[in-house]
Design a protein around this ligand. Structure first.
Ligand SMILES: Nc1ncnc2c1ncn2[C@@H]1O[C@H](COP(=O)(O)OP(=O)(O)OP(=O)(O)O)[C@@H](O)[C@H]1O
Length: 314
């Protein structure tokens, strides 16, 4: 097998850079053949995936390993999907994920070990690709489109991502988590609810006048280990959407406590729907995030659908 590693040394607030020599040692000890492509800038993993797929011959056994956090996996997946949309093939090169970022929600959801050594062993011992569900979105207003392995969030979660990205501490291994929690508090104090509509084909449209969080998810987890939809599964051909209406202080406390008990979806200000296709629109500019990658503030007119990609994960 030929392994092609797309490595984001900045992932995990620079933790990936420190781990990389150890990972190299482990690869050398396993005697495997691999090539490394190090990302140089935001978005680079997408073009690296496209370039390397363009250089592979059709029947060359290969696996692309996204080594970084969920953002690196997101970019690599996007590159692969974009490549095969213009170069269709019956054999698509599978993706593996070496979770050396901060949140690593994809790994949590797909039982990929969170320790790099065990995760690498799992990749090297894997013998067959498995098809995994991913989300596809189209912004019907702008025609922007793309994919997500984890989730597409609008509102509070995305505001936190935006705020944390502005922090000078965001790349600090030790203070990165602290700056994240400062952003959570900031967003809780200032976030203004927004009007949103959710429509699942065959069902009536639902409108929420004061939305706090609107997340379309392929996985149970978001935000680095928060189990937002305990029943969601990337092995099922469906997406889950969760709408949280803006909570008052008591509701916020209830929400946080019930999340720990995995019973928050029973709360009356939280709504959960499932579909293979769904439509989401909003009426005010709010931040968005895709797999933890920030989108600017905008209004959304989104169509979500399920899609698949082969993963090299067990
Ligand atoms: N050379 C680089 N310089 C600056 N940013 C980079 C570079 N290479 C990649 N990036 C960006 O780093 C960001 C963070 O990467 P990633 O999401 O993989 O790690 P993380 O945020 O630590 O993990 P997680 O998303 O799991 O919490 C991504 O937006 C990616 O585009």
């Amino acid at each position: 097998m030929n392994y092609f590693i797309i490595l984001n040394k900045c992932a995990g607030g620079g933790k990936a850079r420190l781990l990389w020599p150890k990972i190299q040692q482990q690869l050398a000890a396993a005697g495997v053949s691999y090539k490394t492509f190090v990302t140089q800038y935001d978005g680079h993993a997408t073009s690296l995936a496209q370039q390397l797929l363009g250089q592979l011959t059709d029947n060359q056994p290969a696996v692309i390993i996204a080594a970084g956090g969920d953002g690196t996996l997101h970019e690599a997946l996007l590159g692969c999907k974009q490549y095969y949309s213009t170069n269709p093939s019956d054999h698509q090169v599978p993706l593996a994920f070496l979770p050396i970022g901060s949140g690593n929600d994809f790994a949590r959801a797909l039982n990929i070990p969170l320790h790099w050594r065990a995760a690498l062993d799992q990749i090297l011992n894997c013998t067959q690709a498995i098809s995994v569900n991913v989300g596809r979105y189209v912004n019907l207003g702008t025609h922007d489109n793309g994919y997500f392995s984890n989730n597409f969030g609008i509102g509070f979660d995305a505001t936190v991502v935006h705020d944390a990205n502005q922090s000078p501490l965001k790349n600090s291994r030790y203070f990165g988590k602290f700056s994240y929690w400062v952003s959570v508090v900031n967003a809780l104090r200032s976030f203004q609810g927004f009007k949103a509509h959710v429509k699942i084909p065959g069902q009536q449209e639902r409108t929420f006048a004061n939305t706090f969080l609107l997340t379309t998810t392929n996985l149970p987890y978001f935000g680095g280990g928060i189990k937002i939809v305990p029943t969601a599964s990337a092995y099922e051909n469906q997406l889950d959407v969760v709408i949280v209406e803006k909570p008052n202080l008591i509701q916020l406390f209830l929400f946080v406590s019930m999340i720990f008990l995995k019973k928050h979806l029973r709360l009356r200000f939280i709504h959960h729907y499932v579909g293979q296709q769904l439509f989401v629109s909003t009426e005010a500019d709010r931040y968005g995030q895709i797999d933890g990658e920030e989108l600017g503030a905008q209004t959304y007119q989104l169509k979500f659908e399920t899609d698949q990609y082969p993963f090299w994960i067990r």
